[in-house]
Design a binder for this molecule. Structure first.
Ligand code: KE4
Length: 423
């Protein structure tokens, strides 16, 4: 019987037909080196690659798998939906329920529109903000990543930083020039950037794409005040934080209410879903009721809605967020101990980043000074010990409800061995 192809062979084939062998750049392991493992399957906290190796996963597909991989309730829900068809190009009960449930959790969401990715959500929210204010400029923060729409690929974090292209070629100067960049956690830089031409300020309320960087006390409140005083809309990009940090996202915990919110990842439970929403007077300017056009063949897809609803059900079970906090804290404390002063761990709830070579990260400049080589060595040392981490130091690790204390302790023990090996 012919030997099954291994990761190296499959990745070679992938490179022959897909740029960099991947469908999203961060998956190419450019920052950490080595042959990206090709995944065969996953269940709970465990990923298996085509080589038969099994890993304890802390990437959670970059955040969505908060209930763990292939949760039986999610599998059952999506399978039942598929039995009834996969897509109709017409409204279904599932998307109505998902929209109702999300509006019920976020007090700022009077109405929302489901789309198929976080990129679509932020791109559409900006278009709506520009239409609603009649202004063209937007303000984003260096190191924040809001997907790959042209105007937001300016000083972008996540894969754009990982690959050293935070300002992507191909974005026309006329478009990029409408994006003003401020410094995260620096209200002075926001005041300098905001004037009567700014339609919106878009921010990750807890940054996750330059590594995890929490907002300083008063930062988000300051953004709210500045946008109110200049007539700009405040957009919270909660694609990572929404549903992960609390039932109502960071805006529920911080008490700062944005005009528009973008969601993704967890709300789709691993299937393609994004959403943008906010005050009805804004959202009703969207087509068909209003003139601001946005649409999508698979928007509100019934399978994705089924996965999202099953995930929301699981998150609504008693103690879910407390458990995520406990596990995140256990992991963060254990990693800080293993790091033993060779960097820092920054954590908010069930998302965290281990930064090598820096004592603290408050903004993009701090993040850019992390020791990326050390992270690359650490990544492989952990992989050798059966722990799968994000292949970039500018990303967040995620804990899921499928993780246990034992899983966390295993990762911490592996980190101790990995540190001894690389430092
Ligand atoms: P997507 O278009 O990838 O669904 O979402 C874009 C997006 C928007 N906003 C935030 C805060 C995000 O973190 C993202 C996407 N996150 C990255 C990882 N940090 C996706 C991973 C990838 O690009 O493959």
């Amino acid at each position: 019987m012919e030997a099954k192809p291994d990761s190296a062979e499959l990745f070679e084939r992938a490179c022959r037909c897909m740029p960099g062998g991947v469908n999203s750049p961060v998956r190419a392991w450019s920052a950490v080196g080595g042959v990206p493992r090709i995944v065969e399957s996953a269940a709970g906290v465990e990923l298996c690659d085509v080589d038969g190796c099994r890993y304890l996963d802390f990437t959670a597909s970059w955040g969505p798998l908060i209930a763990g991989h292939a949760h039986p309730r999610v599998v059952e829900s999506v399978s039942a939906a598929l039995e009834k068809g996969s897509s109709f190009g017409a409204t279904t009960r599932g998307e109505i329920e998902l929209a109702e449930r999300l509006c019920g959790r976020f007090s700022s969401l009077e109405k929302l529109r489901l789309v198929s990715s976080g990129t679509e959500a932020t791109m559409s929210a900006l278009r709506l903000a520009r239409a609603a204010t009649g202004r063209d400029s937007v303000v984003k923060f260096a190191g924040c990543y809001h997907g790959h729409s042209d105007g937001l690929l300016v000083r972008a974090g996540s894969g754009a930083t990982t690959l050293g292209i935070p300002d992507s070629p191909g974005v026309p100067a006329a478009v990029g020039g409408l994006t003003r960049v401020a410094r995260y956690n620096d209200l002075e830089s926001v005041r300098a950037a905001c004037d009567g031409e700014v339609a919106a300020v878009i921010v990750e309320p807890v940054a996750g794409n330059m590594g995890v960087v929490p907002p300083r006390e008063g930062f988000l409140e300051g953004l709210r005040k500045i946008t109110e005083s200049t007539g700009a809309l405040l957009i919270f990009d909660e694609v990572i934080t929404g549903l992960r940090l609390s039932p109502g996202g960071w805006q529920q915990l911080s008490g700062v209410t944005p005009d528009l919110t973008c969601l993704g990842k967890v709300i789709g439970g691993g299937l393609p879903v994004g959403a943008y929403g906010g005050r009805a007077d804004l959202m009703d300017q969207g087509a068909p009721g209003g003139p601001v056009y946005q649409g999508g063949t698979l928007s509100g897809n019934p399978l994705a809605a089924a996965a999202g609803l099953a995930t929301l059900d699981l998150l609504e079970e008693d103690g879910s967020y407390e458990r995520l906090e406990e596990l995140g804290k256990r992991l963060g404390n254990g990693l800080a101990q293993a790091l033993a002063g060779n960097g820092c761990v920054q954590r908010v709830g069930s998302m965290l980043t281990l930064f090598f070579g820096v004592a603290g990260v408050d903004d993009y400049d701090d993040a850019l000074s992390l020791d990326a080589d050390a992270y690359g060595r650490f990544f492989h040392a952990m992989l050798d010990r059966g722990v799968w981490l994000p292949p970039s130091g500018y990303e967040a690790w995620f804990v899921s409800m499928a993780h246990s204390d034992e899983h966390v302790d295993r990762a911490v023990e592996a980190a101790g061995g990995a540190m001894a090996e690389i430092l």
